[in-house]
Design a protein around this ligand. Structure first.
Ligand SMILES: [Zn+2]
Ligand SMILES: [Zn+2]
Length: 421
């Protein structure tokens, strides 16, 4: 059998989607210790480390330094570069589509659907980029503290106020070093939209991903149908005389068809690009759907990963309340930190007494898991004041995630209908 360019394209699509799947999903707890998790370590840590080492011996590390500063600029600086790149690619692809594929699409339903669907990514990009993701300000911080209670596991009330914003840090919030603000229900900073994805724009961000998925899936389908019609016109003008059989020779016919005219070459390119990017967008959307189902944000999924790591290493303990007194503890924290800035906003910083999501997990009846996990992965394992260490946390399942409301609709409600202050 003879390998044609199309075989390489198909092979490339399969390998590319596999890599994307491994990189995106390999980190999830479900894949820890499995081949997917190991493959991710290889792809994400081992191979880059080797490449850096090779670069160090050959160029003295110049290539890796340049790559790093370029990557840092793209990821860590606030600029429209990535968004402009995205808009350019999409616009150029659409121009070619309307120039070369549109006139071959006769079906009036498609002709009616295509323009609004093609416009949607621009619309949701605009909404995601220009909606305030939930910037925490002195005027809304009390309300945010009300909406997002501390769970004492990955977010706890002893967290010092943000050093840059000088506001208390509500649970689920995070300071974004790119936007230079604390963001409520921070998911992640997204370079594609040049904005944080947070409490108020997460729904638009999801719509942006979905609109891209539609454009890519629908685009793949339309470009393929147009090519297929032309294929039939050129090779089987009378239609198949019997049920179609596929032979390797047919692929050569396809390759000839692609190169036969300018417009077939353009439409084939559009088809290949859209099918190549489609798995990536599907994987990304699937990841976010899973996060919503689990009641976590991207930021929190990393924290839970650290908690799980600590459990596996036998480093997490259950503390009994003992003579623990919330008021005493608060006074000590306030005088201990010496700032007292929390009180400026009149924020009640009492600990939630009982943590439960109704599943009977740890946190019930005065027992609590007390874990300090910092953003940089460093853990504070000191025994909290007034608490008595009793036993090790056996597994992740015995800790409740109070942000997981349980039902399908409850978690979506928070995403689709954020509360305004
Ligand atoms: Zn901040
Ligand atoms: Zn940001």
């Amino acid at each position: 059998m003879q390998f044609t360019a199309l075989h390489y394209v198909v092979a490339f699509i399969v390998i590319f989607s596999t890599i994307v799947f491994i990189v995106l999903f390999g980190r999830l707890p479900a894949f820890k210790g499995t081949i997917v998790g190991k493959a991710r370590t290889l792809l994400w840590h081992w191979i880059p480390a080797k490449l850096v080492a090779i670069d160090k011996t050959i160029t003295g590390g110049r290539i890796s330094d340049a790559t790093r500063s370029c990557g840092n600029y793209l990821i860590n600086d606030k600029h429209w570069g990535v968004a402009i790149f995205y808009v350019t690619i999409l616009t150029v692809a659409l121009i070619f589509f309307f120039k070369d594929a549109w006139r071959h699409i006769m079906n009036p339903i498609h002709r009616l659907l295509i323009p609004p669907l093609a416009f949607q990514p621009y619309f949701y990009l605009y909404l995601s980029a220009f909606t305030d993701p939930g910037t925490i300000t002195p005027s809304n911080v009390s309300r945010m503290l009300e909406i997002f209670p501390y769970d004492d596991i990955i977010f706890y009330p002893d967290m010092p106020p943000c050093r840059t914003c000088h506001t208390p840090k509500p649970a689920r919030s995070k300071h974004c070093s790119v936007c230079k603000h604390c963001i409520a229900r921070m998911d992640h900073h997204c370079a594609w939209i040049n904005n944080c994805v947070g409490y108020y724009n997460y729904r638009f961000f999801l719509a942006f991903i979905v609109s891209n998925l539609i454009v890519l899936a629908y685009g793949s389908y339309l470009t393929f149908s147009v090519l297929y019609k032309e294929y039939m016109r050129q090779y089987f003008p009378e239609g198949y005389d019997s049920a179609p059989k596929y032979y390797w020779a047919d692929y050569i016919k396809w390759m000839k068809l692609i190169h036969s005219q300018n417009w077939t070459a353009t439409v084939s390119s559009l088809f290949m690009i859209s099918t190549l990017v489609l798995p990536l967008v599907i994987a990304f959307l699937a990841q976010h759907l899973l996060f919503i189902h689990q009641g976590v944000t991207t930021n929190e999924s990393e924290k839970w990963g650290e908690v799980e790591w600590a459990i596996k290493n036998g480093m997490l303990y259950i503390y009994e309340d003992g003579q623990f007194n919330a008021e005493n503890d608060m006074t000590e924290t306030a005088t201990g930190s010496g700032s007292g800035s929390e009180s400026e906003y009149g924020v009640a910083r009492s600990r939630p007494g009982i943590l439960t999501n109704g599943k009977g997990k740890l946190g019930k009846s005065g027992r609590r898991v007390h874990i300090h996990v910092y953003g940089d992965g460093e853990m504070n394992r000191s025994v909290p004041h007034g608490m008595v260490q009793t036993e090790k946390v056996p597994d992740l399942d015995s800790i409740c995630n109070i942000y997981d409301k349980g039902g399908i609709f409850q978690n979506w409600e928070e995403v689709l209908f954020p509360k305004y202050t």
